[in-house]
Design a protein. Structure first.
Length: 545
């Protein structure tokens, strides 16, 4: 019976993965097609630029997020200075800011017509740009800075947890051997935390490759902008898919590299000997420097954009009905995706619980792969096959009954929701799976002894026990969908705009004042998961004391 049950779940998972990963498989299959003329044109003109700029972004963002994330994570976990308990959760706030919002805000702030350069010209009597030099924010360096400011929390969060989980006995041993705080960090704490740091860094780099709004607004040619330009500018869908396939290969390489690095960097610690961390006390200049290191990314990544957007929204109070419609559209998409994601995540996490064979475990890991694939790749892989399906259905119905139903799947909310599920299902799945693993197996055995079916056990026993994680996963996916831009920009139905798309359109037309209200709405929604993460960290810390 157990083997039959495992076999049935394996068949279900195989069918689910075949449908769920079809966009990724479809894009990857384009590598084997031939379209030499357009591909040769790209390789001779812009392909090398896409590769170089993407590599520069990866290196710059990688270095920036690693330094900033590890430094702040070490300060709040291993040092004691004024406001430490406040900074440790405020440092998560920039995670609520989409990078493209920061790009629009800092362009408005630092451009030639902006308040910073205008103030400098008035202060020093400069007449024009020939009298002074000012860094151009709309550049590759500016793009790296924007991405670092919003992505460093990935490294900060995981490195902070790693530093807190390290055995106090290990750190005390390094002190007893005469190591100063810097030497203890460099020789002991950093190597122990390296696997977690690499995990956070890989997430930041994958989000860097996924970004479209920032690099497009700053005029940085990357694979993501190349996919959009090839599809919409040249009308070459096949070549766009091939570019998406190359980008997907890079992302998969990052995933494999991260897995290999963790496997090669295993460190074992005695968790039974853990106590409350012994923090280094910082005073005077060192305390002021620590506060400055913590405050600067919070101010630049969240505080300053929030203030400027609020000012612009107050000065441009003409959102009206348009803003209400945009909010409704975004809310509908986010709620539908969040609810479906929570339901699918619960079912899959339960299958993982009761299906112990390696095939089921591996299949569920594959189901989480979509979160690592850029939204532009998923959009291409979803829209092209669904468009072909619509054309085939229209031909069949036209020949049989003389009626063409039009776009049934592609260009509809159905296609967009499907793309969201492929992209973000890992978020609720991981949240629910983490809680479900803590439920003791004897509850299943007791329910089975009372004659309850598997579905009844899931509905009557496990769902109430992990309801908080289900809601958390749904809410996190809700926020991710609200902020998502690349897939929405490609796949949205006609006359169906969202807050993210409208912000992008306004900013592209240099109308940031009109974009301020929807941008503030996205920012406000993005704060919700930050508070959830802060609450979970506080609760976990309370349990560990």
């Amino acid at each position: 019976m157990t083997k039959l049950l495992s076999s049935s779940y394996s068949i279900f998972l195989f069918i689910f993965l075949l449908v769920f990963l079809s966009p990724v498989l479809f894009v990857f299959s384009s590598i084997f097609t031939t379209n030499y003329e357009t591909w040769n044109h790209l390789s001779q003109t812009v392909l090398l630029t896409y590769v170089i700029n993407s590599l520069y972004l990866l290196v710059g963002v990688g270095l920036g997020t690693a330094v900033l994330g590890v430094a702040t994570g070490w300060l709040v976990s291993a040092c004691q200075f004024p406001g430490r308990s406040v900074w440790e959760w405020l440092l998560l706030l920039p995670l609520a800011s989409p990078a493209y919002l920061l790009a629009y805000v800092y362009t408005e702030l630092l451009a030639y017509y902006g308040p910073v350069q205008s103030f400098l010209r008035n202060l020093f009597g400069w007449q024009n740009v020939n009298d002074y030099w000012f860094p151009n924010i709309r550049s590759l360096g500016g793009g790296i800075l924007m991405l670092v400011l919003v992505l460093y929390p990935y490294v900060y969060l995981l490195s902070r947890v790693a530093f807190l989980e390290q055995s106090i006995c290990t750190m005390e041993a390094s002190r007893s051997l005469g190591a100063n705080p810097w030497r203890s960090f460099w020789r002991v704490a950093l190597p122990l935390a390296r696997p977690s740091i690499v995990s956070g860094l890989s997430l930041a780099l994958m989000e860097t490759l996924n970004d479209y709004g920032t690099v497009q607004f700053f005029g940085i040619d990357t694979f993501t902008t190349g996919i959009f330009r090839t599809w919409f500018g040249l009308g070459e869908r096949q070549t766009a898919m091939q570019l998406a396939a190359v980008l997907m290969v890079i992302v998969l390489w990052l995933i494999l590299l991260e897995s290999w690095f963790r496997r090669q960097s295993r460190f074992y610690q005695n968790f039974q000997l853990q106590r409350s961390p012994l923090r280094y006390s910082l005073k005077g200049f060192r305390a002021a420097l620590a506060i400055g290191i913590c405050v600067l990314p919070i101010l630049l990544g969240f505080g300053l954009p929030l203030v400027l957007l609020a000012k612009l929204a107050w000065e441009n109070k003409s959102a009206g009905l348009d803003f209400v419609i945009l909010s409704r559209n975004s809310f509908i998409l986010a709620v539908m995706a969040g609810v479906l994601g929570a339901v699918l995540g619960t079912v899959l996490a339960y299958i993982k619980r009761i299906g112990r064979d390696r095939l089921i475990q591996s299949s569920l890991q594959i189901a989480s792969l979509g979160y690592a694939i850029p939204g532009s790749v998923i959009a291409v892989g979803t829209l092209v096959p669904l468009g072909s399906l619509d054309q085939w259905l229209n031909q069949v119905t036209s020949q049989s009954i003389g009626f063409r139903p039009g776009l049934i799947f592609s260009g509809t909310i159905f296609a967009l929701i499907f793309a969201y599920l492929v992209r973000f299902l890992a978020v609720p799945l991981n949240s629910i799976n983490g809680s479900l693993e803590k439920v003791k197996p004897h509850l299943d055995e007791a329910a089975q002894s009372l004659g309850k079916s598997r579905s009844a056990i899931l509905y009557r026993v496990h769902t109430p026990l992990v309801w908080g994680s289900i809601l958390t996963g749904a809410l996190l996916m809700f926020v991710d969908v609200m902020k998502e831009l690349p897939a929405t920009l490609v796949m949205r139905p006609f006359n169906w705009e969202t807050l993210a798309v409208r912000v992008y359109q306004y900013a592209a037309d240099e109308r940031l004042g009109e974009a301020a209200a929807p941008a503030l709405a996205i920012l406000a929604v993005g704060v919700i998961p930050v508070f959830i993460l802060s609450w979970q960290i506080t609760r976990t810390r309370g349990h560990n004391k």
